[in-house]
Design a protein around this ligand. Structure first.
Ligand SMILES: Cc1ncc(COP(=O)(O)O)c(C=O)c1O
Length: 426
């Protein structure tokens, strides 16, 4: 039975009773006693960092994502930086990426002194549009483009085959880097995300499918890239402390300019323990997504995320788009009304090129109409694997209550000028 309200109710923002008493966040980690125990064991061991848990986590993770190698990093951002380095990006080079992402995706290009080139997204998935990437590639000296960095927005894999072909068509110079920080466990055309692109980047931030507090990983099938990534995350040094201790050697050399981007054994122990629950977590997220999609079929002013044929998304986020043409208010008011109902929504993302740093550093007349239009309409609903059946029902009821109210208000009064004004609201 649908949890959508059958009659118009007074919204909490107007003094009505909220759908729930306590705020439901849009994302949250869940840890159990086994996770705590795994961390405690490492705290009592000889190795807090660069010890045996790192290799164990990397090997198990690589197997999980069907990749040959996995190299851990201290965050998803550090992992992206490693991938940008390993792709050979440097001053004078360019990388094509999406504006519909967290700024870290584009920042890794800047860390390497290279220039980000944005290409617009596809209207259905909000993932990098291969046609737009092709247009960007045709309009510039291709030798300057060293990477295409795609994002699996909300957990829906990007058009990896098409983007991979575009990268290959640049000769050996350009690599496809997949920012899969939203997409651990997602499947694409019969393969799991991790061994498809040249390098695939994951994040273990607490709102993700698996957490190590902070943490990240690069998966790849290429042994040479894996070796470069390992050195880069350890100051550019050719061997690791544990290898030297075990072999009784003291000698090491720094062979490239790297960073200390190492993940600790403490974090890897947590990651190993969390990995045990990943399949169940994914299944729960898929179940919630299916419940949302079924319920919102009855809300004509809501556009739910598209799932393309041959894809099984990982549902890090559940971003709906508002059909503002049917509503008396804009996204800002809907967001505030949901918050008053104690539903903690969020917005993903302000397109990267609109952030002040990017606007000032790369002033441009280029527009990205699909990303810009989506940004005005997007609201991310709560999505995390420990959501209870009641939590899911509350979200459905609150969105139904708020959206139906503003849709009726628009139909009744035809407040078009108000609509235009409110669309500018944040
Ligand atoms: C798409 C995307 N890329 C990169 C990152 C950065 O990951 P981290 O927070 O682990 O540094 C995030 C973080 O949320 C993200 O959503």
């Amino acid at each position: 039975m649908s949890a959508l309200p059958t009659k118009l109710e007074t919204l909490a923002i107007h003094g009505g009773t909220p759908v729930r008493e306590k705020l439901l966040p849009y994302g949250r980690q869940s840890l159990d006693d086994a996770d705590v125990q795994a961390v405690v064991e490492v705290l009592k061991s000889d190795w807090l960092t660069t010890g045996p848990k790192i290799a164990e986590f990397e090997e198990r993770f690589a197997a999980w994502v069907w990749a040959r190698h996995a190299v851990s990093f201290s965050s998803g951002t550090a992992a992206l930086h490693g991938a940008a380095f390993a792709a050979g990006l440097g001053p004078g080079d360019e990388a094509i990426t999406t504006p519909m992402t967290f700024c870290a995706t584009a920042n890794c290009i800047l860390y390497q002194g290279a220039t980000p080139v944005f290409a617009d997204v596809s209207p259905d998935t909000l993932n990098l549009d291969p046609g737009e990437v092709d247009r960007k590639l045709s309009s510039r000296a291709s030798s300057r483009v060293k990477a295409i960095i795609a994002v699996d927005y909300a957990g829906h894999p990007a058009a990896l085959d098409e983007l991979g072909q575009l990268a290959k068509a640049q000769g050996q110079r350009a690599l496809l880097i997949e920012d899969a920080c939203h997409a651990l466990g997602a499947e694409y055309r019969g393969k799991r995300v991790g061994g498809i692109a040249d390098m695939t980047v994951f994040s273990f931030h607490p709102v993700k499918h698996l957490t190590t507090g902070e943490g990240g990983m690069v998966a790849t099938n290429d042994a040479r890239l894996a070796e470069t990534l390992r050195r880069f995350r350890n100051h550019g040094i050719s061997s690791e402390a544990r290898q030297r201790q075990e072999s009784g050697q003291w000698f090491y050399e720094m062979v490239l300019l790297g960073f200390n981007y190492r993940l600790t054994d403490i974090a890897c122990a947590l990651g190993l323990s969390q990995l045990e629950k990943l399949a169940a977590n994914l299944a729960r997220r898929r179940e919630i997504a299916a419940q949302y999609a079924a319920a919102f079929r009855d809300l004509p002013a809501i556009l739910v995320p598209t799932v393309r044929e041959g894809v099984d998304p990982a549902w890090h986020l559940y971003p709906v788009r508002l059909k503002l043409e049917m509503l008396a208010v804009g996204r800002g008011e809907i967001f505030r009304a949901l918050r008053a109902e104690n539903i903690g929504a969020s917005v993903h993302y302000i397109p990267v090129h609109r952030h002040p740093y990017y606007r000032e550093r790369f002033p441009s007349k280029q527009s990205y109409p699909v990303a810009e239009d989506a940004y005005e309409r997007l609201i991310s609903l709560p999505m995390f694997h420990s959501m209870t059946a009641q939590d899911v029902e509350d979200v459905i009821r609150a969105l139904g209550k708020v959206v139906t109210y503003y849709q009726r208000k628009y139909e009744g009064k035809g407040e078009r000028s108000h609509l235009l004004e409110s669309r500018q609201s944040k």
